[in-house]
Ligand binder design. Structure first.
Ligand SMILES: [Zn+2]
Ligand SMILES: [Zn+2]
Length: 367
């Protein structure tokens, strides 16, 4: 039977973008079937997989979740997919844990489900799994992520990672074209877009809240420099540590854009390109993870819970299915220079620790 590093090396060499994880998904599903698990492919018409170990005895239904997609980078001028968020590591860990748990007969009551989801980076894979019914009979779901070196090191793990909500808004701003010699006959979309950026920068939320908003893309080109441009597109990245203030922030940003462009005679259409909810973590799940980390790494390996301004589409599972208890932990891997960096790398021997922590979680719930 393959071990976690064999799986990792194979998956690392075939990085695929969100919803295009065809080879990745086929490899994982084949490996699970070969080990004797019941496997359902193409969840909701995607590359998503659900596998299951059924004890045959009554008991809880626990799910472990891995993501499968790579990121699209432009390296040396060439677009390419690369595993710079470590989802190849996540899939390898959950796949290996599933194989070993079946082989060792650990699941003695209830059922264990293994979710391999597509398109985490697109913020759409978890939603597709939920809509495909993957969570309908699940009582608890556990996920994890490799953590960067500054958060924890090999031999340590984080029992709960509190991710932020993020939302990406795009405004298409419409003015009216005119010859640059006669600007009074047009509406300059570039001017309007600048107003919108400035207006959004004046937004305030209560000082006790943790949030941010910033413009991250500004596109305006009429093709010539001697005419008044009639269209501009601006993108803003919004963050909030909690879900409720994100609703308020989105509303404030949208109103600031609409009113500021109207002040110069332009109009705007605002759309959400992508969003992910903030962490909704259940204490019962964190307690199981905490005990599992302590069992595998000892007290010295257990760090405090962490908050991060990053986002994870995992939290669509508890947000869309509030009855499901969710836990999300972080694995120390000495990962540098950072997640999403084109040269991201980590100590791959830490993956075996991840397998053991997940197995200890399963033993506590279904053993
Ligand atoms: Zn990522
Ligand atoms: Zn990730």
């Amino acid at each position: 039977m393959s071990n976690v590093l064999d799986h990792y090396h194979f998956l690392h060499e075939i990085p695929e973008l969100g919803f295009e994880e065809f080879k990745t998904s086929a490899y994982i599903a084949d490996q699970l079937e070969r080990a004797g698990l019941k496997v359902t492919r193409n969840i909701n018409g995607t590359t998503g997989i659900v596998a299951e170990i059924d004890s045959g005895a009554p008991g809880p239904v626990l799910a472990l979740r891995a993501d499968m997609d790579a990121l699209g980078h432009i390296i040396d001028g060439q677009p390419c997919a690369r595993h710079t968020c470590g989802h190849d590591g996540h899939s390898s860990v959950v796949l290996t844990a599933a194989q070993e748990l079946l082989e060792e007969g650990t699941v003695k009551k209830g059922r264990l489900k293994l979710l391999f989801q597509p398109a985490e980076e697109l913020g759409a894979g978890a939603l597709a799994m939920v809509e495909g019914g993957a969570l309908d009979d699940v009582e608890m779901i556990l996920g994890f992520h490799l953590r960067p070196l500054e958060e924890c090191q090999v031999g340590q793990a984080v029992p709960a990672v509190y991710y932020s909500a993020c939302s990406t808004l795009e405004a298409t701003i419409k003015g009216a074209p005119a010859h640059a010699a006669r600007p009074h006959l047009g509406v300059n979309a570039l001017d309007a877009a600048v107003q919108a950026v400035q207006a959004v920068n004046t937004i305030h939320l209560a000082p006790g809240l943790s949030w941010s908003v910033k413009a991250t893309r500004f596109l305006c080109d009429a093709g010539v420099t001697n005419s008044v441009p009639d269209e501009a597109r601006v993108v803003w990245d919004l963050r909030s540590q909690e879900n409720a203030p994100m609703t308020l922030l989105k509303e404030k940003v949208t109103q600031a854009i609409l009113h500021s462009v109207a002040a110069v005679g332009a109009t705007a259409e605002v759309v959400v390109l992508k969003e992910m909810p903030a962490a909704e973590i259940h204490d019962d799940a964190t307690e199981i993870i905490r005990a599992a980390i302590t069992e595998v790494l000892g007290e010295s390996g257990l760090t405090a819970a962490k908050t991060t301004p990053g986002s994870e589409d995992f939290f669509y599972y508890p947000v869309k299915r509030p009855a499901v208890k969710a836990g999300f932990w972080g694995l120390g891997t000495n990962l540098v220079p950072g997640l999403h960096h084109p040269d991201m790398h980590f100590d791959i021997h830490s993956l075996a620790i991840g397998v053991n922590i997940f197995k200890a979680c399963v033993r506590r719930v279904l053993g």
